[in-house]
Each structure stands twice: as C-alpha cells, then as structure tokens.
Design a protein around this ligand. Structure first.
Ligand SMILES: *[C@@H]1O[C@H](CO)[C@@H](O)[C@H](O)[C@H]1NC(C)=O
Ligand SMILES: *[C@@H]1O[C@H](CO)[C@@H](O)[C@H](O)[C@H]1NC(C)=O
Ligand SMILES: *[C@@H]1O[C@H](CO)[C@@H](O)[C@H](O)[C@H]1NC(C)=O
Length: 235
C-alpha cells in the first residue's frame, strides 16, 4: 500500500520592523509656540480655524472644512518657513534662493533631560510660495495636496487676508514606518514658522509660529513573507 505524503515546506521569513505612532497632546493640534520669536502670531492669530474640523481618532486625524487667512502681508513678500534652530540642515530643502519671498521651516525637537533638543527631522523652504504645491515636497504630501481651491491659494499663498483655504476631507496619519535608527520613543514637538520678507529682503516684524506637541509611541509590526514552497513526496 502506498501512502503518499505531500509535505509542503514553507520557508517563512519573519521580519520585525519598528514603527512609531505620534500621539498628539492637544485636541486643537496646533498650539502657541513655547519659545516664540518676538512679534510672532499664534495659530488663532494667523488663521481663523472656526470652520476647520480636526478630529483625532485612533487611526489618525480626520481633517476637513476650511480656514481663513488672517495674516496680512504684501503679495510681493517672500515667505520663509523657519524654526528656532536654523543650523540644522540635514533635511533642509532650499529652493529658488534668488526669488525668495516667503520662507518656511518645519523642525522636530525632542524633549530630553528638561530641554528641547533639535533632531534630524527638519525642513526649510526659503521660498515657500514656490514650493507649496510641488508634489515632491512634504508640505504638499502632508497638507497642501488636500486643498480644493488650489489655483487661488497658489496665487495668494497665505499672504492675503481673508483668503479661504478649502480642504477635501483627509486622514492625517502621523506615523514613521520601518525606522531602524536608535530608539525614537519620547516626547516631541514640531515647530512651524512662517516669516515674510519685503521686496528689499527685509524681514517683516510680524511672523507666524505654531507647534504640534506629542509623544512618539513605539510599536513593532511583524511582517511574514512566504519565500519558498517546495513539494516533497515520500513513499
Ligand atoms: C467654510 O465652511 C463653512 C462652515 O462649514 C461653510 O459655511 C462655508 O461655505 C465654507 N466656505 C467655503 C468657501 O467652502
Ligand atoms: C494690511 O496691511 C496694509 C499695510 O501693509 C494696510 O494698509 C492694510 O490696511 C492692512 N489690511 C488689513 C485688512 O488689515
Ligand atoms: C538600517 O539597516 C540597514 C540594514 O540592516 C543598515 O545597513 C543601515 O545602516 C541601517 N540604517 C540606520 C540608519 O541604522
């Protein structure tokens, strides 16, 4: 009597990857900068957020609605997005330096032994208006991509009072995936600053600064990949 036994050898590769979830501290998400430069406006002075919906759920933050610009700069101003630690250039994206009307910077700081320390996560745009709808830019991928009235916002670029930014609803997932650097767990803040420069490249006394504060929580995900399937027959 023959008994055929078919054994499948399945080689499983199990990979553990470390991912991080950001848990935001404040329901309003954007808060006043704790080390704001003199003359800087906070989240509610720079924009009217009354018609914005930002709901934190376990899977991320649902964003929809519209916000109105309260900043009043000149259309010819350059906007720079900047932060409190301008020396950090690792992730910095400088573009169109000769045109330069509005500068933007995004920088992540880590709370360590009682003080905020810079990290390698920084973005800097010397001319923010030129790049806000550039598909390769993080500004675009995480925020401006979801603006419905793109043409109007491209033209007025956060500089003209009463401009309404209308958002298509989107889910903002704050997650770092598959990070294999040292442990990133802990308390963080992201500081976003907008500065304007007039046609003579003189910085306007008024600027804009907001922070997002939260904790990075580590979680490990197990990825199982089937690598090979070998049928083996025994008699
Ligand atoms: C902005 O939101 C408010 C409240 O939802 C709505 O009434 C208004 O029509 C919106 N404005 C635009 C331009 O979509
Ligand atoms: C905007 O600023 C200009 C000067 O730069 C001023 O003349 C104008 O009144 C301001 N507009 C508003 C609505 O505050
Ligand atoms: C991530 O892991 C790869 C492969 O294990 C290694 O070559 C690389 O240096 C690591 N990167 C960092 C930033 O640790």
């Amino acid at each position: 009597m023959y008994q055929t036994l078919l054994i499948l050898f399945v080689a499983l590769a199990i990979t553990w990857a470390t991912d991080y979830n950001a848990l935001i501290e404040d329901q309003g998400i954007y808060v006043q900068c704790s080390e704001a430069p003199a003359g800087s406006l906070g989240p509610h002075d720079g924009f009217n957020l009354d018609n914005m919906e930002m709901n934190m759920e376990p899977e991320g933050i649902y964003v929809s609605g519209n916000m109105t610009v309260k900043l009043n700069f000149s259309l010819s101003d350059r906007i720079s997005v900047s932060n409190s630690c301008p020396k950090q250039e690792e992730l910095s994206l400088r573009t169109h330096q000769d045109l330069i009307p509005f500068q933007a910077r995004f920088s992540v700081m880590h709370y360590e032994r009682g003080t905020w320390q810079p990290t390698m996560f920084n973005l800097h745009s010397a001319n923010f208006c030129e790049v806000m709808f550039d598909e390769d830019q993080y500004w675009f991928k995480y925020w401006f991509k979801h603006i419905r009235n793109r043409e109007e916002v491209r033209e007025k670029c956060l500089k003209v009072k009463d401009t309404v930014l209308v958002y298509n609803e989107f889910l903002m997932v704050l997650q770092l995936e598959n990070v294999n650097t040292s442990n990133l767990q802990g308390r963080y803040k992201a500081v976003i600053t907008l500065e304007a420069f007039d046609e003579h490249d003189v910085r306007r006394p008024t600027s804009f600064c907001v922070e997002i504060r939260g904790d990075l929580e580590r979680f490990q995900r197990c990825y199982i990949c089937v690598q090979d399937t070998t049928p083996l027959q025994t008699v």
